[in-house]
Design a binder for this molecule. Structure first.
Ligand code: GTP
Ligand code: MG
Length: 204
């Protein structure tokens, strides 16, 4: 799939004020600084569609981007950033949970994991929660360009081993770099497949 158009639509703190539409959407979630906003820019091939920063805590709202006039990408605030105050953390947590619990248009979440690091309890817990809420998700490993191929392979194997302790079947996985664009086409193809299956579902 080619992205022909990508526009910022609205930023919100309240899921009730998100676009009133039935178009399918896909939300990017994960720890602060994992590369959610950068990945959205790489998918859309637009440098500054979503705001990015080397300092964690850049995205603080629920941001909707309309793609090809018929589906949305959603950039969310990160979780697990120690320097955000406790009260801010609670507020972010609240938007994030209510977004996932209430947004019926959400077809799949993408949970981003920085592949340089060992599996982190906060990510594993968040996956557990998504599973309990029956919210479909795929894993996107980010910053693959920062590791040599052997180390990358080893970290992915370690991560999958950890996931097998928790999950009988592993969620779909993608290995990406927003910097060198590896894995971007695979994520787009996956979204395209999901979009088509939603359209067929509504046709039946
Ligand atoms: P918050 O909005 O704070 O939650 O962060 P985020 O997850 O949106 O991360 P963001 O996209 O702002 O990226 C954080 C930092 O990581 C920036 O300095 C990016 O340039 C860098 N970064 C993101 N993706 C990649 C990648 O694939 N490779 C490399 N080398 N750097 C990346
Ligand atoms: Mg961001």
């Amino acid at each position: 799939m080619r992205i022909k158009s990508a526009h910022f639509v609205i930023s919100n703190t309240e899921v009730a004020k998100c676009p009133q539409s039935t178009l399918p959407e896909y939300a990017f979630i994960g720890r602060s600084n994992v590369g959610k906003s950068s990945l959205i820019n790489a998918l859309c091939n637009k440098k500054s569609l979503a705001k990015t920063s080397s300092r964690p805590g850049k995205t603080q709202l629920i941001n909707h981007f309309l793609i090809n006039e018929n589906w949305y990408l959603v950039d969310l605030p990160g979780y697990g950033y120690a320097r955000v105050s406790k009260s801010d953390k609670k507020v972010f947590q609240h938007y994030i949970t209510s977004y996932f619990l209430k947004r019926k248009q959400l077809i799949s979440a993408f949970l981003l994991i920085d592949i340089r690091h060992e599996p982190q309890p906060i990510d594993l817990k968040f996956m557990q929660w998504l599973g309990e809420q029956q919210i479909p998700f795929a894993i996107i490993f980010t910053k693959a360009d920062k590791l040599k191929p052997k180390a990358l392979e080893k970290n992915i194997e370690t991560y999958c081993e950890k996931l097998r302790e928790q999950w009988e079947a592993l969620p779909p996985q993608f290995i990406t770099s927003a910097q060198n664009k590896s894995g971007i086409d695979a994520v787009l193809a996956y979204i395209d497949t999901l979009n088509k299956s939603v359209q067929n579902h509504f046709k039946d």
